[in-house]
Write a protein that binds this ligand. Sequence first.
Ligand code: AHR
Length: 490
Amino acid sequence: MYNLYINAGEKKNAINRNIYGHFAEHLGRCIYEGIFVGEDSPIPNTKGMRNDVVAALKAMKIPVLRWPGGCFADEYHWKDGVGPKQNRKKMVNTHWGGVVEDNSFGTHEFLELCAQIDCEPYINGNLGSGTVQEMSEWVEYLTFDGLSPMSEWRKQNGSEKPWKVKYFGVGNENWGCGGNMRPEYYADEYRRYATYVRNYSGNRIYKIACGANGADYHWTEKVMEIAARYMDAITLHHYTLPTGNWHKKGPSTGFNEDEFYKTMANCLIMDGLISNHLQIMNKYDPKHRVGLIVDEWGTWYDVEPGTNPGFLYQQNTMRDALVAAITLNIFNKYSNRVVMANIAQTVNVLQAVILTEGAKMVLTPTYHVFKMYKVHQDATLVGSHIQAETIDEYNIPNLSVSASLDAKGALNITAANLSLSKAAPIVCDIAGMDVKTATGRILTGKVDAHNTFEAPDTVKVIDFNDAKIANGKLTFELPPNSVILVTASK
Ligand code: AHR
């Protein structure tokens, strides 16, 4: 028996829905094929966007989408991607597979996509190889409602009215693919570029500075010291590699138990990373005005055999479902300061929620976790504590839990059992709420169970009818390697 204590009366902060955000880069088959097929495609589409993918993303309640990169962002020149398609420049996507980028998906198409899926756009500007003027004019093009060269050009290109764009990133991974800068240099550049990222026509930009790679605390220290007052948020990137070694990542399926547990351990690092970066941020921002955005996270394995190594296409198993569940529980825990997170990447790349092959589409185990967890979006985090045990060899807890109250007063508990061999019976004391009924949904399966185009429903969410309430306690049992949502109501 594992004791879970929940205090529904200990209302913490609202969980920002943007923690459940996503990231779509011009990388491999994410944008092209995965999301955008063009209006002439035989694949059913609306203005070029795949209807099946748009519907699935809406059903998952995607709140925010980051675009166009990633490393691509600091090579992207937005002016190449607007205007008549036949005139758009064709270029090489140097970073990702050396393929032709025909710029048929650009600014207008991205904002059309966000409108179709009803999510907030998060645009990442080019600081690494673009100019200050270029970045400044992009914001003018996007948001200015008056008379100006950029707003007139936007109108000529078919959008009479400006868009509302709140989230704007000033560079990506500028410690690496975004220019190999030192933090002092980036911070100064950030200050210069951000100065010209203007607020037009009632649109207020939330400026996002490039943050650290994993445990690079020196980067956060320097960028915060030099530039904190010019930003609204700073980012953090952390990918989960089974071994932690970029040269020996391992396969996405057919892995062994040792690789599974090491993946869990490397995913759990997120907790300490957030806590440590926040402590540094606190030094320069004691009033906690600046938010932390984890705008790239997820698993990174070897690509599927026979696929372009630059396309980062990987399968997605129950192991990935566990990574998603644990990470989202961690984000909830820090949701007083973590204001957004974006899993990498939406379709066909890294820890994707959707895979496509021609007209076919499958939803991955990670998709199902995001859909189950959508109940936490904008809900109120409440106090919870699980008396987990340690899986000794790997020094990790066997359980991960989070709880929130929704607007109607229902208590949603999400939990993951990391053990591959032991079920976890839970006895839950709920203070501050007189719970009368409980329902559930569960995702479980063999450790590397996954969905394919031939068998798309191997891993799927099913009803869980074994959550019981007796003598004021809620009890339920998590099978090994499972993710659960229990909803308790008065
Ligand atoms: O998500 C893939 C790549 O990982 C992104 O382009 C980059 O920002 C990161 O290194």
